[in-house]
Design a protein around this ligand. Structure first.
Ligand SMILES: Nc1ncnc2c1ncn2[C@@H]1O[C@H](COP(=O)(O)OP(=O)(O)OP(=O)(O)O)[C@@H](O)[C@H]1O
Length: 328
């Protein structure tokens, strides 16, 4: 028997490990763009499903943003069926560009479809093909934005129904696995467009880091993310407990007790308080939390601080409150 190629073995092993808890009969949805990562993921999932006894559903989403996208989606549906998926689906979405960039809008539309497909099939897992290199790019982009530990912690391995089995697999391996298995992969033109920061990181920044610092930078960044994620998860859990302990029934927080808490915990409690008061998570920035924190640690009689919502943070009578501004 010919020996299994190491790249194919690496992808299959990652899938086997990530899905080890699924019972026979479970439905696994694989989100497949037709690119090397998700095609390798689908091929490995179909292979592993024979031993696992799972039903594999391949789904591709046509964002309708590029010429010929419908034909491309139809081709992926055929490929998924040929690879042995038990069921396949192609969904066309309407990407609404309201303020955010096309990439973000496409992602939102895609996840809305995947959510629905996952629910429709009562899927035990919906798989995404993000690799170790995607993770390294995410960490570098977070680092460049100067965001906190949460975004440096990169992508989560699991959330809701979603799982990312290839988060520790190198992109080189998914590309090689597709070559070895004779899969005809789609080369998304967006992956070459230097207008996207992620593309610049992929094509220029990471190769330069590897050239000057030695190989293994992507793997090191992904490992860093893993460690930071564990730390960030712990701090977030502690902050939830602390917030629940401190918050009064009317939502106010006692300043003296907040001031006693370590910075990392206090700022997280303040962030939770702002979210509880209705601040939109996507708009609540580090600078807002710092301004709130100044009401506790750098109090010099500030009248209020503005938060997205719009909301106001105020301090009075030893209590910190976050609420909508009074109607003029
Ligand atoms: N059009 C799509 N239809 C279904 N799933 C998708 C689609 N685009 C992306 N995904 C899912 O999201 C994952 C990450 O997508 P992203 O665009 O970041 O990477 P990619 O370079 O397209 O990956 P791939 O090599 O699998 O195409 C993909 O691996 C796949 O699981």
């Amino acid at each position: 028997m010919p020996r299994l190629h190491p790249a194919v073995a690496a992808v299959r092993l990652a899938v086997r490990r990530e899905l080890a808890d699924l019972p026979a009969g479970a439905t696994v949805v694989v989100a497949c763009s037709g690119g090397p990562d998700s095609l390798a993921l689908l091929a490995a999932t179909v292979h592993e499903s024979r031993a696992g006894g799972w039903r594999v559903v391949g789904v591709t989403v046509d964002h309708g943003l590029q010429e010929g996208s419908a034909e491309q989606a139809a081709r992926v549906v055929e490929q998924m069926a040929a690879l042995g998926a038990d069921e396949t689906a192609g969904a066309r979405v309407q990407v609404v560009l309201d303020g955010e960039g096309p990439e973000g809008a496409a992602r939102r539309a895609r996840y809305a479809v995947l959510d629905r497909v996952g629910a429709h099939f009562d899927a035990a897992a919906v798989l995404l093909g993000h690799t170790r290199d995607d993770q390294a790019e995410t960490v570098l982009l977070g680092l460049a934005r100067g965001s906190g530990a949460r975004s440096l912690a990169g992508m989560r391995r699991r959330f809701d129904r979603y799982r990312r089995p290839l988060l520790e697999v190198a992109r080189d391996d998914t590309v090689t696995a597709c070559q070895v298995e004779g899969l005809d992969v789609w080369d998304d033109p967006h992956n070459h467009d230097p207008g996207y920061a992620r593309v610049r990181v992929r094509r220029a920044v990471l190769p330069a880091l590897e050239e000057h610092l030695g190989p293994g930078v992507a793997a090191a960044l992904a490992r860093t993310a893993e460690q930071l994620r564990a730390d960030a998860d712990l701090l977030d859990d502690l902050a939830e407990v602390e917030h629940a302990r401190l918050v009064r029934p009317d939502g106010a927080l006692p300043v003296a007790e907040l001031a006693d808490r370590p910075d990392a915990l206090r700022r997280r409690v303040l962030r939770l308080a702002a979210l509880d008061a209705g601040a939109p998570a996507a708009e609540l920035l580090h600078e807002h939390v710092r301004a709130l924190d100044a009401l506790v640690t750098d109090w010099h009689g500030q009248r209020w601080i503005d938060l997205p919502g719009p909301l106001r943070g105020t301090r009075a009578d030893g209590l910190l409150r976050i609420a909508a501004p009074p109607v003029a």
